[in-house]
Design a protein around this ligand. Structure first.
Ligand code: OAD
Length: 237
């Protein structure tokens, strides 16, 4: 912990990659844990363009439920510690795979959403994307001003990540002095490649997770534990 603390304190530029684990202490379900979303639901039936084309109503019901779950959650000590870290750094980027927007609600500003947001919707006809925070959604599926059906503005399996966001994340991984990886199983690419890019570019890579991942043997420091406990201690000055 002490080495990692010093690396982060000394670094002028820092990037952070987060996954569902950072929201676990806000009582949001992760994807692959014992009560994970992918334990009881099949990704190919809910999170693919084919599933949506087959049954948009069913897919929307699932996202409407997830929106209602996220709406009732508050950011935890881990989210707040990262927001405070950003305020102390001149160069900072928070790269998240999460769609819940708890980072922004904790005060993080420089946030890149690699997998989109459940709070945004996109029209299948005209392509217009807009914020939508209505819970529950009426009507379901929601409709655009142009009359077209809207979809959740999230990245589904088999879809490309938003290119601008991915490029910003890769650039940060190439440039920063310290790269912190929090609460991700490091199984889903291309997000899982970002810590490797940072390692190859000479950054100190620090991982926070109660369970070891494929990244663990390569990280300069592995801090085993919960984000809400480790991050405040790691990032306090
Ligand atoms: P996962 O559910 O795959 O992994 C969550 C990770 O968080 C695991 O490694 C846990 O050990 C760890 N974890 C659990 N509780 C924690 C805590 N309190 N503090 C820190 N870590 C904790 O979630 P992701 O890695 O985010 O993609 O999954 C990546 C992508 O797979 C998601 O964005 C989603 C999913 O399919 C799409 O929907 C495109």
């Amino acid at each position: 912990m002490e080495n990692a603390r010093q690396w982060l304190a000394a670094a002028r530029s820092v990037a952070v990659l987060t996954g569902a684990g950072i929201s676990a202490e806000s009582e949001s379900p992760t994807f692959r844990g014992p009560n994970g979303l992918w334990r009881n639901n099949k990704p190919e039936q809910l999170a693919t363009p084919e599933a949506f084309a087959r049954d948009p109503h069913m897919v929307w019901e699932w996202y409407d439920w997830r929106r209602s779950v996220h709406a009732g959650k508050e950011p935890n000590a881990g989210h707040h510690a990262l927001a405070a870290l950003e305020r102390g750094k001149s160069e900072f980027l928070l790269i998240t795979q999460n769609v819940d927007s708890l980072h922004e609600r904790a005060g993080s500003r420089a946030v890149v959403h690699l997998h989109g947001s459940v709070w945004r919707v996109r029209c299948l006809e005209c392509g217009r994307e807009e914020a939508n925070e209505q819970v529950p959604l009426v009507p379901l599926p929601p409709r655009c001003e142009c009359g077209g059906m809207q979809r959740p503005a999230v990245v589904w399996f088999g879809e490309q990540l938003p290119q601008r966001e991915l490029q910003a994340a890769v650039n940060a991984a190439r440039q920063v002095e310290a790269f912190l990886v929090v609460g991700t199983s490091s199984l889903v690419y291309p997000a899982a490649a970002l810590p490797r890019v940072a390692l190859e570019s000479g950054a100190r890579v620090i991982e926070v997770n109660p369970e070891a991942t494929d990244l663990t043997p390569h990280a300069h420091a592995y801090l085993k534990g919960f984000a809400g406990e480790i991050l405040p201690a790691l990032l306090s000055q």
